[in-house]
Design a protein. Structure first.
Length: 173
């Protein structure tokens, strides 16, 4: 696996590539939105739509703003394993504080190996706060992994928790 694109830690990135920096090559949609067959009000030729348009189109859904943090090894799995214990303690601490929603390793595409990548979803008031939370992870502070943060609007899905009264057991389905 070529990790050359991950050689710099997040704190060494130039302002143009830093977390949350605008992407100058990405175009934004402008003009009136017209209804089409999908019923969402988006033109099929638009390169992207505004946040307000998405919120309007998903009225009545959950619309819970969270942040997804993708964490990638900078120099193979060795440094990741060296900092794993501190990383896991940190994750448990932010879980207990109510910041961490979900976290875990990402397998290789064949689902047989772990090369050190991880993903976690956090609660934060802004992109800046989410980036600061991600940067405080011992894995990132040590330079064992870099990270990217993306805002994520949760609209659909479900979580099923089954509680068996007779056994007192809970099962997450």
């Amino acid at each position: 696996m070529d990790l050359s694109r991950h050689n710099r830690s997040c704190r060494d990135r130039s302002p143009e590539t830093r977390i949350g920096a605008p992407n100058p090559t990405r175009q934004r949609a402008t003009g009136d939105i017209k209804s089409n067959s999908n019923g969402m009000g988006f033109k099929m030729t638009q390169p992207s739509v505004t946040r307000e348009q998405v919120l309007e189109a998903s009225k009545g859904m959950l619309q819970k703003q969270v942040y997804a943090v993708s964490s990638t090894p900078t120099n193979g799995i060795g440094p990741v394993l060296e900092h794993l214990e501190a990383h896991l303690k940190h994750q448990v601490a932010i879980e207990k504080s109510g910041v961490l929603i979900a976290a875990g390793p990402q397998w290789t595409d064949d689902e047989n190996f772990w090369e050190g990548d991880g993903l976690f979803v956090i609660r934060a008031e802004s992109m800046a706060e989410a980036s600061a939370i991600a940067a405080s992870d011992p894995m990132h502070m040590a330079g064992a992994r870099t990270f990217t943060v993306r805002p994520w609007l949760i609209n659909e899905g479900s979580l099923v928790l089954r509680l068996s009264f007779s056994s007192g057991q809970m099962t997450l389905e």
